[in-house]
Design a binder for this molecule. Structure first.
Ligand code: FE2
Length: 158
């Protein structure tokens, strides 16, 4: 049908969804690079613990970056790939040099909040346009990240 994309979703809805997913992609890309910085620059008695945790986290986000980009392609649109574009689209900003573990974790918690809220918004929209694929992706991300927020928050309260 004329007003549908290759997977049978409404073109206008898919277009809007792809814009929101590009915004998520931009946020993940900045988030990813910020965590790499924390992984490298962290100092102090929790070094070994956090250095590893941050690596685990950026590897997870690395996979999500690819999944989100390929979801945009599946919907029939192009994922942004330039950092100049990401910096404009992302609410998460580039972090400065951080060597204090608590400052890094605090920033990670704020970034999680940003992406969780954005993903809930995407989920609401994907539900509206009947896009089960994006919907399932978002709910998986949200559930796992809400748990990570609990764990990182527990770390902060020690
Ligand atoms: Fe490393």
């Amino acid at each position: 049908m004329k007003n549908q994309n290759a997977i049978g979703l409404d073109l206008k809805g898919s277009k809007e969804l792809s814009l929101k997913l590009n915004e998520l992609l931009a946020n993940y890309s900045l988030f990813y690079q910020n965590i790499r910085g924390y992984h490298w620059n962290i100092k102090g008695e929790k070094f070994f613990e956090l250095h590893l945790k941050f690596e685990e986290l950026y590897n997870d986000i690395f996979l999500k970056i690819d999944e989100v980009a390929e979801r945009i392609l599946t919907l029939g649109y192009s994922p942004e790939h330039n950092y100049s574009e990401y910096r404009m689209l992302s609410s998460i900003k580039e972090s400065k040099l951080v060597s204090d573990g608590k400052v890094a974790v605090e920033d990670i918690l704020n970034s999680f909040k940003t992406v969780i809220v954005l993903q809930r918004d995407i989920l609401k929209f994907s539900e509206k346009v009947g896009d089960e694929g994006t919907n399932a992706l978002m709910s998986d991300y949200i559930r796992a990240q809400e748990k990570l927020v609990w764990m990182y928050s527990s770390f902060m309260k020690r």
